[in-house]
Design a protein around this ligand. Structure first.
Ligand code: NAP
Length: 274
């Protein structure tokens, strides 16, 4: 959802070309997307479905997951989608989710995108232990639980191959005022993903992180307009990103086009913090 006040910051020349791109790069591929009910996760679900993937849309809020489900493309024979609710910060919930997905699709996901995330912003001197723990639980532990569960499910089939894509943040590299918990969680996501890449490469499971800059979603709708204006002025490309800017990179990482890429972090920031 983009607030009207932001619209002038968002649209650069040629920006919408990628959104319409479609192919069958992910034909016969099941993709799991957490945080699929909103923002970047929703755009990822839509883009992967246009690439021919069947999509398991996962969100803590089943209504928003179902809303995403209604927007997905199903142009190929056998291409089906389903919505699931899960709290990625809870191991039991992730375990139940994997059982439901495999029961519904008779196979594990070969692509997983962890986009579920939260913020609880506060300056370091006032940051509560509870706000620190809750952000680490969803953003970092949730990404760990999904990465582990999907890798285990793939290996249980006896057939190697997969692509795990974790959404970090440029803030994990550079820090940000009022986001000690969030920046720590996102730095952790990069370390987790690089380690997973090293351990899982022998099974042909690639693991990569995408680092968005400032992307117009419900998450950034909470940021005051004057702060957004300030950041937009710092972005060399002169606009905030759109969820589709991230989804397009996820589609590349999910596909065989990125077959020799693992353990990397791709910044998608319009040049912010170059
Ligand atoms: P968003 O619109 O708020 O979407 C996040 C989704 O995750 C929401 O649907 C949320 O559900 C869901 N979620 C929250 N806690 C969950 C849990 N425990 N289990 C399962 N789902 C949960 O945010 P976004 O901007 O698309 O962010 C997506 C990812 O990109 C996040 O990891 C975020 O940190 C990262 N990122 C975003 C930006 C940006 O500028 N937007 C920049 C860098 C990185 P509810 O809404 O019901 O809570």
């Amino acid at each position: 959802m983009v607030s009207a006040g932001l619209s002038s910051l968002l649209y650069g020349g040629g920006h919408w070309q990628g959104i319409m791109a479609a192919s069958s790069r992910l034909k016969s591929t099941l993709a799991l997307v957490t945080g699929g009910g909103s923002g970047i996760g929703r755009a990822v679900c839509q883009r992967l479905s246009r690439e021919g993937a069947s999509v398991a849309v996962v969100d803590v809020n089943i209504n928003s997951a179902n809303d995403t489900l209604q927007t997905l493309s199903s142009n190929l024979p056998g291409q089906e989608h389903a919505a699931f609710t899960a709290d990625v910060s809870q191991g039991d919930s992730v375990g139940a989710l994997m059982e439901q997905i495999q029961s519904r699709f008779s196979a594990p996901p070969r692509v997983a995108v962890s986009s579920a995330g939260i913020t609880r912003d506060e300056f370091l001197l006032h940051l509560s232990e509870e706000a620190f723990d809750s952000v680490l639980s969803v953003n970092l532990k949730g990404t760990f639980l999904i990465t582990q569960a999907v890798a285990r499910a793939i290996l249980a089939t006896g057939q190697n191959g997969g692509s795990i894509i974790n959404i970090g943040s440029i803030v994990g590299k550079v820090g940000n005022l009022g986001q000690a918990n969030y920046a720590a969680s996102k730095a952790g996501v990069e370390g987790l993903t690089r380690t997973a890449a090293k351990e899982l490469a022998k099974f042909d499971i690639r693991c990569n992180t995408v680092l968005p800059g400032f992307i117009a979603t419900p998450m950034t709708d909470k940021v005051p307009q004057k702060v957004l204006d300030k950041f937009a002025g710092l972005i060399p490309m002169g606009r905030l990103g759109q969820p589709e800017d991230i989804a397009d990179v996820c589609a590349f990482l999910a596909s065989n086009d990125s077959r020799y890429i693992t353990g990397t972090s791709i910044e998608v920031t319009g040049g912010l913090y170059l």
